[in-house]
Structures are given as structure tokens and as C-alpha cells.
Write a protein that binds this ligand. Structure first.
Ligand code: BES
Ligand code: MN
Ligand code: ZN
Length: 493
């Protein structure tokens, strides 16, 4: 898709599809007025007769509207003007994007600068629009015998005057770059566990770096991890026929002297629970247990698209969690790379076991900050549901920064506590630390566990168990939290 920003007259512009956003109000404004006047008050009539109610996200396609040069008009409702806000804008963009790609239009035009929203600028609006549209073009078909039809939409024109053209262009580019990363994250997340193995993810990293002068990849296999003393990570892969891989991707966009920002992703390509076997119901969804890793891949992809001037290291701890005769058992004690011994009381609390060694490993990069991303606990879903991820940090300023950014980009993260009182839940009679902290505050104690391994740098942890994928009829990976990670990194360029 090719995005352009320029001034246009909505009545005379030749395009396959003209998008018109309408508030649920009796009077029309801006582009709506101009179009209404050109098409003999068709819009006013539709609204008056109740044929189009401009409720939030409602859409209607009108072909062959007289008086305008566009082949069709796509109406999208914005709801009541008084209730309108950034979240509602994003919701409207999502449904408008879906309706747009459902039309046969090869070109679309949208007077985005026409939508009044005092809490957002043109850069933000066009970023959200480009993101929604690019997300709407994704359809999973890797393991379907019938492939998805290629997207026909080629040209997207956003309305802009002299003052807004630069902001709209930069927003579109960023939105497209972020969504391209998100679509990659979604694809990796959606792939089944028998295809998307740790070795498969390692190959993805090699593919990503191919012909990319700014990116290098290094893959550590089990022998190398053994030599580094990663007894905790290896205790998870012990029960699987698939070899664990520690995947290191370096994006070098700035001088060598600039400290890198580090991302660490949980890459459990399938989580059976191990010997602490999970119940069968919905266990298929544990193929999504590598969505943290997938968000690291997606963010690296966004960096390659946008080429910002920063250094970023993306690390993925990839393993299966399976129960076989060599599998780790409850009560087993393993030694992590940090030297701390861990009593594995529950082999289903495996995410923290792979992450702790990866978090110790990344000390070598002398990072500016480290963010780990993990579908870590069901307890986080109990606490926050499916709308915000859990955000933990050993630095309150860093947490505040990420929280604020998450709210403004609409990829919500909620600051959770790491109070000292919780730490004692991890006490073990037989090792330095236990890998579970009992039923109370399960997301917090999981984060507490990780905090034992991140004392050497500024660190945040995102528990994305509730937001990385959706269940039910629309089952699939969401691409979150790539927007938050990408915008954070871009803000440092
Ligand atoms: N991958 C799961 C967490 C999860 C659960 C993600 C549901 C998405 C949806 C994780 O490895 C896990 O099994 N956690 C356990 C921890 C418990 C044993 C302390 C959990 O949440 O039940
Ligand atoms: Mn588990
Ligand atoms: Zn897991």
C-alpha cells in the first residue's frame, strides 16, 4: 500500500472509495457538508430517514453516489460528538479499515484532518488510521488449502493542508511500520506448535537479518547454553525432543558507544505444563505461549521498516514445555546462570525459568533499559482481563513512562506493584528461591521472581497473557504489545 498526504476536494477527487466519517448529530460539518451539497442532500436524507445511524463504528457503503467523482462512498459513524475520545477514534478506525478492505477499491481517500478531536493531533490520527488499515489486510492462511485473496488496495490518500502534511505523512509511515511488525507477530503467534518450533523461530531471526546491514543474528543452542550455566532455561527444554534456542537479534542504528535498549521475549512454542500437566480444555491456545517472543520479532521488523537511529537488542528464549522421561519434576532443583538455585515446585511455571537465564544473559549488553514480554500468568488475566497488560518495573519513573505511552498509543499497560512483602512467597526450604508463590497474587509473584535476576539494570516486565491473543470465533494473535514497544523505542531515536 502506498500512502499519500495532500489537499483534495472530496466532491471532485477521483478515487474508488471516498471515506466519510460522521458524528451522530443532526448537523453536518466539513467534508460531510460539501459532499451532502454535491449529492443533493443524500447524506442528510439517509440520516433523517434512519437509514444510516452514525453510531460508533457503524459503516455503510454507498455505490454510485451522484454528484461526486468517487466511485463509492464509505460512511463510518463516530458516535456522539460529546463522548468522542481517542479510544473511540481507534475503534472507528478499526471498523472503517475492515469495511474498506472488504470493498473492491484499489484506491481510497479520507479527509482525516476533518475529524475534530481536541486530544489528538494529525500525526496520531493518521498513525492510527494507517495502522488499522494495514492490520485489516492481514489474513491467516499459512495452513489453509485455500489461500487468502491478495489485497487489491494500492493507494491511500489522506487529506492534508500545507500545515498538516508533514505530521500526516510521519504518522502514516509510523502506523504502517508498526502494523507491519504487528502482522508479523500475529503470523508467528498463529502458527501451530508443530510448525513454529524453537528452531523455526531461530530461522525467522536469520531470515529477518538477511540483506539487512543494520541487523545481525546469533543463535545459541543447548550446548552453548550449558556452557553458560543456563540450568534454569535448560530445565524447561529437558522434557522436549525440540532443542531450545536462545535467539539474539541486534539492530544497530546508532553509534557503537550508544547503549542498547534490550527486549527479552518468552518463546514457549507450546506449553503443555510439563509434568504439572495442564487440563485439556483450550490447551491448543498454549501455542500462543510464544507471543512475547513474537512481539520481539515484530518490533525488530518495525525497526527494519522505519530504520530509527538507536541500538536495540532483541532476545528470545525459545523452548517447548513437554513431559517426557527426561522432563523436570516438581521438587527438582536447578541452578540458574546467575548462580541462584531454584526449586521447581510447578513445571507449568516455566516462563520465568526460561526468562531468568535470558535476563542474566543480557547483562553483557550493558543495556540502557530492559523490557521482557511474556504470556506469563493466568493470574494476570484474572487481575486485568483482556484489555491491559500487567506492567512491572524496578524503577517507578520507567514504569510511569511506559504506562503513559501505553495509554497514548492505545496499547494499554497497567502499573502493578512489586512490594517487598510479596517476595517472601517465593521462599523455599531447599533452594534460594521457589518458582511459584502460591495462589495469591500470581502475576505479582511471577514478576517478583524475575526481579531477582534484573538487579543490574533498569527493567520492566510486561505480562501479556490477557492481551496477546483473543479466544472464541475470532481466535488469533493480536500483535500486541508491538505498538507500545515500537513507540517506546522510536521515542528514544
Ligand atoms: N503460559 C502460562 C500462562 C497463561 C495462561 C498464558 C493462560 C495465557 C493464558 C504459564 O506458563 C503458566 O502456565 N502459568 C501458570 C503459573 C502457575 C503454575 C503458578 C498459571 O498461570 O497457571
Ligand atoms: Mn506454563
Ligand atoms: Zn507458559
Amino acid at each position: 500500500m502506498n500512502f499519500q498526504a495532500k489537499a483534495f476536494d472530496p466532491t471532485t477527487l477521483k478515487t474508488d472509495c471516498l471515506i466519510l466519517a460522521l458524528f451522530d448529530e443532526t448537523s453536518l460539518s466539513g467534508a460531510a457538508n460539501a459532499i451532502d451539497a454535491a449529492c443533493e442532500k443524500l447524506i442528510s436524507k439517509l440520516i433523517k430517514d434512519g437509514d444510516f445511524k452514525a453510531g460508533l463504528g457503524k459503516t455503510l457503503v454507498l455505490p454510485s453516489v451522484p454528484g461526486i467523482a468517487a466511485s463509492r462512498l464509505l460512511l463510518v459513524g463516530l458516535g456522539k460528538k460529546a463522548d468522542f475520545n481517542n479510544d473511540k477514534f481507534r475503534k472507528a478506525m478499526t471498523s472503517l479499515a475492515k469495511a474498506t478492505v472488504d470493498t473492491p477499491a484499489k484506491s481510497v481517500a479520507f479527509a482525516i484532518d476533518d475529524i475534530e478531536l481536541s486530544t489528538a493531533d494529525n500525526d496520531w490520527k493518521s498513525c492510527q488510521f494507517a495502522q488499522s488499515l494495514t492490520l485489516a489486510t492481514y489474513k491467516y492462511d499459512f495452513t489453509k488449502s485455500e489461500k487468502a485473496k491478495p489485497v487489491v488496495l494500492k493507494t491511500v490518500v489522506l487529506g492534508a493542508d500545507k500545515e498538516s502534511v508533514a505530521a500526516i505523512k510521519s504518522g502514516m509511515t509510523r502506523g504502517q511500520g508498526i502494523a507491519t511488525g504487528m502482522n508479523y507477530t500475529r503470523e508467528l503467534g498463529n502458527l501451530p506448535g508443530n510448525i513454529c518450533t524453537p528452531a523455526y523461530l531461530a530461522n525467522q531471526a536469520r531470515e529477518l537479518a538477511r540483506n539487512q546491514p543494520k541487523m545481525t543474528t546469533k543463535i545459541l543452542k543447548e550446548k552453548e547454553m550449558q556452557a553458560l550455566g543456563m540450568g534454569s532455561l535448560l530445565s524447561v527444554s529437558a522434557g522436549s525432543d525440540q532443542e531450545a534456542h536462545l535467539i539474539v537479534m541486534e539492530y544497530k542504528g546508532a553509534a557503537k558507544t550508544k547503549k542498547p535498549y534490550v527486549l527479552v521475549g518468552k518463546g514457549i512454542t507450546f506449553d503443555t505444563g510439563g509434568i504439572s500437566l495442564k487440563p485439556g480444555l483450550n490447551m491448543d491456545e498454549m501455542k500462543f505461549d510464544m507471543c512475547g517472543a513474537a512481539s520481539v520479532f515484530g518490533t525488530m521488523k518495525t525497526l527494519l521498516e522505519l530504520q530509527p537511529n538507536i541500538n536495540v537488542v532483541g532476545v528470545v528464549a525459545a523452548s517447548e514445555n513437554m513431559p517426557n522421561g527426561k522432563a523436570t519434576k516438581p521438587g527438582d532443583i536447578v541452578t540458574s546462570m546467575s548462580g541462584q538455585t531454584i526449586e521447581v515446585l510447578n513445571t507449568d511455571a516455566e516462563g520465568r525459568l526460561v526468562l531468568c537465564d535470558a535476563l542474566t544473559y543480557v547483562e553483557r549488553f550493558k543495556p540502557e533499559t530492559v523490557i521482557d514480554i511474556a504470556t506469563l500468568t493466568g493470574a494476570c488475566i484474572v487481575a486485568l482481563g483482556n484489555h491491559a497488560c500487567g506492567l512491572y518495573s524496578n524503577n517507578d519513573d520507567f514504569a510511569a513512562e511506559l504506562h503513559q505511552l501505553s495509554m497514548s498509543v492505545g496499547d494499554k499497560a497497567w502499573h502493578m506493584p512489586l512490594f517487598d512483602e510479596y517476595q517472601q512467597q517465593l521462599d523455599s526450604n531447599f533452594a534460594d528461591i521457589a518458582n511459584i508463590g502460591g495462589p495469591a497474587g500470581g502475576s505479582v509473584t511471577a514478576a517478583c521472581f524475575l526481579s531477582r535476576f534484573t538487579k543490574g539494570y533498569t527493567w520492566a516486565h510486561l505480562d501479556i497473557a490477557g492481551v496477546a491473543h483473543v479466544s472464541g470465533a475470532a481466535k488469533g494473535a493480536t500483535g500486541r504489545p508491538v505498538p507500545l514497544l515500537a513507540e517506546y523505542l522510536l521515542s528514544k531515536a
